[in-house]
Design a protein around this ligand. Structure first.
Ligand code: SAH
Length: 243
């Protein structure tokens, strides 16, 4: 199959007949790979033929939709307390492979990482790139959005999925019962909340737990690292939703 490139919407100019002109970092990438006029490539979810290659932009003729492979049938959003650098990179990559649809990093009381606004933008761009690369590498034909980082207050109003699993080590509630509920109600729109290295302050945990759509679950009596907890819970839920 043709090689795939992921181009941000702001770098795409839509022309007549679904043809497009693209700019930005993937243009360089396409040039470095020595693609020529007439080559077929995939940009985001469509197949195109290269019409002309300029210095900083490329004209593409729309051919057809790319085969819809590797796209999760479940709709899972991962809310993750901001982890220290490589751990965050690692978790973004792994959760894309496993099948998350959207990643929302957040800052709660015990998050150690501190980022000012400018640093947040830069960090988000890097994480988005990791997510894009992971989509390409694992052969999923959709994209996974790394959303703007939220402060805890905003996180609370963002939790609008039908059912949100909040992993909390102090919980006594069984995950099994909540999975049964998920399947009985045929829910397809799920959130997962995992705390950062320092976990949640009690008050924060109580607040999350007070939402009607949030269920607080234990992942067993061992305390897992945040990234382990995220991968464990995500894997269990996606398995149950997509089997
Ligand atoms: N508060 C803790 C541990 C944080 S572990 C401390 O500092 O000692 C990081 C995150 O992983 C937690 O916020 C929780 O979301 C998840 N987690 C880890 N182990 C878990 C378990 N046994 N059950 C549920 N969630 C767990």
């Amino acid at each position: 199959m043709a090689r795939r490139f992921i181009v941000k919407n702001e770098d795409i100019n839509v022309l007549e007949n679904n043809n497009i002109n693209i700019r930005g970092p993937e243009v360089k990438h396409i040039q470095v790979l020595r693609h020529n006029v007439e080559d077929s490539i995939i940009v985001n979810e469509n197949i195109y033929k290269i019409v002309s290659i300029g210095k900083d932009n490329i004209d593409l003729e729309y051919i057809k939709k790319a085969p819809q492979i590797g796209i999760p049938t479940s709709n899972i959003t991962l809310y993750i307390g901001f982890l220290k650098s490589e751990k965050m990179d690692f978790l973004v990559q792994k959760s894309v492979e496993i099948g998350v649809k959207k990643i929302v990093p957040f800052f709660s009381k015990n998050v150690v990482v501190k980022l000012d606004e400018k640093a947040r933008d830069k960090r988000r761009e890097k994480l988005q790139k990791i997510a894009d690369e992971a989509c390409k590498q694992c052969g999923r034909m959709d994209t996974v959005q790394v959303e703007e980082f939220l402060d805890f207050k905003k996180l609370k109003s963002a939790l609008n999925e039908e059912k949100v699993f909040f992993a909390y080590e102090a919980s006594k509630d069984s995950l099994r019962n909540e999975i049964i509920d998920l399947k009985e109600r045929k829910i397809n729109n799920v959130g997962i909340i995992i705390g950062a290295e320092g976990g949640f302050a009690i008050q924060e945990a109580e607040e999350l737990n007070s939402f009607k759509n949030v269920c607080c679950v234990s992942l067993g009596d061992r305390i897992l690292r945040a990234e382990t907890a995220a991968i464990k819970l995500l894997s269990i839920i996606i398995y149950e939703m997509e089997e």
